[in-house]
Design a protein. Structure first.
Length: 165
């Protein structure tokens, strides 16, 4: 009987570890910027512990928690990959309006810009387009209010073709 209880406890611990570690995003601070608790504020799915695997013709979900200090009239996505050391914008994502995907952190109520000072959460789903090159890179993602970053992170990523059926 004692062995069964021990076995079940170990099994539950293993499943909990696998489930929780699967939701970790290896987010890093953007150069020249610092956001407190960045690891806890960013979730990109799918991501592993060391990098995000972006498979062409699939979708990526991005969730970011951020704080607005001064009223923000507009907000855009700044998203690019480093290719040969140069930033190359993600087509269909970089420069797009981010306001329509924001909700108040406290109430889960979607809001539109302008955003008053407070805590917010951005969630959106983006396609990994087949025209993206197959490579390992670092992806830069920032929510911009004008030239100011409201939140910014970089993450190691691999863009792959996926399996052929």
């Amino acid at each position: 009987m004692m062995f069964k209880v021990w076995f079940v406890a170990v099994l539950l611990t293993v499943f909990a570890t696998i489930f929780c570690s699967g939701n970790v995003t290896p987010a890093q601070q953007c150069p020249g910027e610092s956001f407190e608790g960045l690891q806890d504020r960013i979730q990109v799915t799918p991501c592993g512990k060391s990098r995000c695997n972006l498979v062409k013709n699939t979708n990526v979900t991005v969730n970011m928690k951020f704080t607005v200090v001064d009223k923000t009239d507009t907000m855009t996505n700044e998203v690019y990959a480093y290719i040969g050391g140069a930033p190359v914008p993600f087509l269909g994502v970089d420069g797009t309006d981010a306001c329509q995907h924001v909700k108040r952190a406290a109430s889960d109520e979607y809001v539109a810009c302008p955003l008053a000072p407070g805590d917010y959460e951005y969630t959106n789903v983006f396609p990994v387009l087949p025209v993206y090159p197959t490579l390992s890179t670092k992806v830069h993602w920032s929510l911009k209010a004008g030239k100011k970053s409201l939140i910014c992170f970089e993450v190691p990523a691999a863009i792959t073709a996926g399996s052929k059926h």
